[in-house]
Ligand binder design. Structure first.
Ligand SMILES: [Ca+2]
Length: 207
């Protein structure tokens, strides 16, 4: 009888387990173990139009807690990073709360433009699959200290100390009314050198 109870318990555990324990991470390939699948290079249009260049790849030299991380680099102090592609827009529910987190560090030798440098995760808000936000508050940015900043308050993202060791960015955000998708951007601004990103998680917390 005892063996039977254990079996039944195991069976129900197996049924429940995948759903409750599996990470409900809404980001595809947020750990970069599948290369850059689902991600694309981003260069701020103001710099791209001026001919600035950056590169993105994955590296096995600097992973966070796994074998690979994203490495994005440039020789100029521009705004650059990687973003989830259009194909991987993440459906969200307006008014619901989500937690975004990810790990970042800069390579030795990275240099910031003093008083202007920032590192953040951007939630690019989309009204529908083809229409970026028309909200005057713009997108949602989460800074190194977990500060949640809308576009007009952008200067609250400015950093004075650069993260040369793995640093976690994390915060909860509420999706503003009128938005049904987000794109996730991992951005460095006015810093030249290489940035590593890994273990990006976006999950729903509550309705
Ligand atoms: Ca990884």
């Amino acid at each position: 009888m005892r063996g039977m109870a254990a079996l039944v318990l195991m069976a129900s555990f197996a049924l429940v387990c995948p759903k409750s324990l599996a990470a409900d991470n809404l980001v595809e390939n947020g750990d970069f173990e599948s290369g850059l699948d689902g991600w694309e290079l981003f260069i701020g249009p103001e710099f791209r139009d001026a001919g600035a260049v950056a590169t993105a790849e994955t590296t096995r030299e600097a992973a966070h807690e796994s074998t690979a991380a994203a490495e994005v680099k440039t020789d100029l102090p521009i705004r650059y990073g990687i973003s989830t592609t259009r194909k991987y827009l993440i459906p969200v529910e307006a008014g619901a709360k989500y937690r975004i987190s990810g790990w970042v560090k800069l390579a030795d030798g990275a240099e910031a433009q003093p008083g202007r440098a920032a590192i953040y995760i951007r939630l690019g808000l989309m009204q529908d699959q083809n229409k970026p936000t028309q909200d005057p508050q713009g997108n949602i940015h989460v800074g190194l200290k977990g500060q949640v900043v809308r576009t007009p308050d952008w200067n609250q993202l400015i950093v004075t100390k650069l993260p040369f060791d793995w640093t976690k960015i994390e915060s909860e955000v509420e999706i503003p009314d009128g938005h049904s998708y987000v794109a996730i951007g991992l951005f460095v601004d006015r810093i030249k050198g290489a940035a590593y990103w890994d273990d990006i998680v976006f999950e729903k917390v509550s309705n």
